[in-house]
Write a protein that binds this ligand. Structure first.
Ligand code: ADP
Ligand code: MG
Length: 677
């Protein structure tokens, strides 16, 4: 199909300079762009429904006109036309705004026609709005709905796409050989493209989607494979595990490890034994990943090697530095912190001591991957919140060692199918159990009418010495009626709070990261009582004194994200609360938010999120590129994902058309990595 990236749309019948310009606004310049400009939805003309069965939804109806059109002028530029119709189930009123005059002739009394529209109940009558008259030739099909731009109608894009399909069908060459398609029961590429635009039936649509999903997974797998920096078969340095030392460590811990932590450690120890580790530890906020990291660091150090742990922000790095020093205090280890704000003189000392091998463990941020950092014998790399780093960054740290063991950690619970896609080259360990005695965070869902009461509660908590997080979805006011950060910030700066000597700071993504970190640090140091923020506080900063999380317009967030945000509180000994504010009266968003009340299990919540919001939301917030996956259905394609992963090399070898594949790769790689960073 790649050859089609070289053919301009002006080669399509009916596309001149003018249309080409309009198409360009939709980022469509070549035939390839056009054919991969997939419909965002379809009108279902394949089935005629009864009006009665489609109240509050859309459908195709066969109606008989029972009255003449009545035209009323609402405003100088707004004409309302109503026509009475009926089908075998009931009567209804067709409502048109500014119906062109010539169209009125369709609606002569007694005439029968097919109408596609939206049925609703208004003022005791059944109305059909946004209706279109459906040509007999379209009955039985699905009609694509494309994203549009001014000056280009859906009909025009439909026609252009049809023309392109018929003129260039021969150029859509399938890179997959027949035997692969047969084995996996995959549709031919041309047929898939055709049926994704113009499905001849639901079944054919499903087959087309599945075929295109296969391509997405297959290409992505290739991309990930090419990015993988640790598939080398070369062994890492030999590491011995000293059980006496470990037992001593465990005995001196202020807690005993959970079963899940022990299991994950066992998995890690097997990697040490096999002298090969590329493992991702997934564990909900607070599941105790840091102690696991500390144990690995200890083991590597005792074996005489250097190790590094990298975190995405200075605060997190500092936090890790303190915690790890505490965990390892009874061992004579040289542990240092290297971050952007480390003084230059100190940096130089650290560089020297890393290179000479004096330092055992270095904790840091991106500063660790600068060129001036040279290790003596780096054997273990740990990356915390690994999804916050790009491949290049992770690779840069890795390459500072000699085939080091690599441990990544993330608090983002994601469904298994997604984990399989994103982390196909890693072994995954899951800490699926929280340490005992964790307090439940009291979660409630309220609407704006309770704000006064909430304010009183906020003041009470602060009087008792606590601190409060407030999160809202937006910075500016453009997208009313949502509460903006400014608005919420000024609410907490109103006399209600000022009179109580309550101080509030604000934090948002448009700030420089040094600014953000300063505010976060000040909040941690209790210089403020309230922090109003966009979601930038998501990352695991520990403020044990904060016990109340308030989230405005909570329905705007994904559940997994709400879960992460909620995890900011409940980290100290104080009873903690999470208040979700919503003004949405939709039942779906209400039910969705109720899940937050019912569950504290990140994986359960992530799966529910998938059910409710669909994968777009999940995919959209992940690693770059993944948001472009369009056809993969995380619920349906788990088996296919696994199949491709297990058989990737074999399928790759069966593909004779390497050139074709390579080009498809290039396109999909540039496609997958666009807007990255
Ligand atoms: P996260 O997985 O979010 O990084 P942390 O490692 O920061 O979690 O652990 C959260 C808190 O739980 C820390 O204060 C840590 O000391 C404590 N903790 C870790 N493991 C246990 C355990 N098995 N029992 C009790 N507390 C634990
Ligand atoms: Mg952590």
């Amino acid at each position: 199909m790649i050859n089609l990236t070289e053919i301009n749309v002006t080669n399509i019948k009916g596309v001149g300079e003018k249309k080409a310009k309009l198409l360009k606004k939709l980022k469509i310049e070549t035939i390839y762009d056009l054919l991969t400009y997939y419909p965002r939805d379809y009108e279902n003309f394949s089935e005629v429904f009864k009006i009665r069965d489609k109240i509050n939804s859309k459908g195709l109806f066969k109606v008989k006109v029972t009255s003449k059109p009545v035209v009323r002028l609402i405003r100088s530029n707004l004409k309302l036309t109503t026509i009475n119709v009926k089908d075998d189930s009931m009567g209804a009123v067709l409502v048109f705004f500014n119906l062109p005059y010539f169209m009125q002739s369709y609606f002569t009394r007694g005439n029968e026609l097919y109408i596609y529209g939206e049925v609703s109940k208004k003022n005791y009558e059944i109305q059909i709005t946004n209706a279109e008259i459906v040509n007999n030739s379209k009955i039985g099909t699905f009609s694509p709905i494309y994203g549009l731009t001014a000056g280009l109608s859906n009909n025009e894009i439909t026609k252009i796409t049809k023309n392109a399909l018929s003129s260039f069908s021969e150029k859509i060459i399938d890179y997959l050989p027949g035997q692969v398609k047969d084995k996996s029961i995959l549709m031919d590429k041309y047929e898939a493209i055709e049926n994704i635009h113009f499905p001849k039936s639901i079944d054919l649509y499903n087959s087309a989607r599945r075929r295109l999903a296969f391509d997405e997974i297959f290409f992505l797998q290739g991309v990930l494979k090419s990015q993988n920096f640790r598939s080398d078969s070369k062994n890492s340095k030999n590491i011995l595990i000293d059980n006496d030392l470990l037992n001593n460590f465990y005995e001196n811990l202020p807690f005993s490890l959970t079963g899940a932590q022990k299991r994950v450690l066992d998995e890690i120890f097997i990697d040490f034994k096999n002298q090969n580790m590329n493992r991702l530890v997934q564990g909900d906020v607070g599941s105790g990943k840091t102690v696991i990291a500390a144990i690995c660091l200890l083991i590597a150090s005792i074996n005489g090697y250097q190790s590094a742990i990298m975190a995405p922000t200075e605060i997190l790095a500092k936090q890790h530095f303190e915690t790890i020093k505490k965990f390892l205090k009874s061992y004579d280890l040289d542990i240092r912190l290297l971050i952007g704000s480390t003084l230059n003189k100190e940096k130089q000392t650290i560089y020297d001591d890393l290179e000479s091998g004096k330092i055992d463990i270095i904790v840091g941020t991106h500063s660790l991957i600068q060129e001036s950092v040279v290790f003596n014998n780096l054997v273990l790399t740990i990356v915390d919140e690994q999804h916050r780093f790009g491949v290049e960054q992770r690779k840069a740290l890795y390459n500072k060692g000699d085939h080091p063991y690599n441990l990544s950690m993330t608090a983002t619970p994601i469904p298994r199918s997604l984990a399989l896609i994103l982390y196909s080259e890693m072994d995954i360990s899951v800490i699926d159990e929280l340490p005992p005695g964790r307090q439940e965070i009291d979660t409630s869902v309220i609407n704006y009418s309770y704000i006064d009461r909430l304010d009183k509660f906020v003041i009470k908590q602060i009087k008792e010495g606590r601190q409060v997080y407030v999160v809202c979805p937006l910075i500016d006011e453009s997208d009313m009626p949502l509460k903006s950060l400014e608005e919420v910030f000024s609410h907490y700066n109103s006399s209600t709070f000022l009179d109580e000597n309550i101080s509030t700071c604000a934090l948002h993504g448009k700030m420089k990261s040094s600014e953000k970190e300063k505010i976060m640090q000040d909040f941690k140091d209790r210089k403020y009582d309230v922090i109003v923020s966009t979601t930038v506080i998501e990352v695991g900063v520990d403020v044990p004194n904060a016990n109340l999380m308030i989230i405005y317009d909570a329905d705007r967030f994904g559940l997994a994200q709400l879960h992460q945000l909620r995890g900011r509180v409940g980290r100290g000994k104080h009873k903690s609360y999470c208040v979700l504010i919503t003004n949405s009266n939709s039942e779906v968003s209400y039910n969705r938010l109720q899940i937050m009340k019912e569950s504290t299990d990140g994986f359960f919540i992530a799966n529910k999120d998938l059910e409710f919001r669909g994968q777009g939301e999940l995919l959209g917030t992940r690693q770059h590129g993944i948001n472009d996956l369009y056809f993969i259905d995380l619920n349906k394609d788990l088996k296919m994902i696994k199949y491709i992963q297990d058989n990737y090399d074999r399928i790759f070898n069966e593909i004779k058309r390497y050139d074709e594949l390579e080009n498809e790769y290039k396109t999909s790689i540039s496609y997958l990595t666009r807007d990255s960073k």
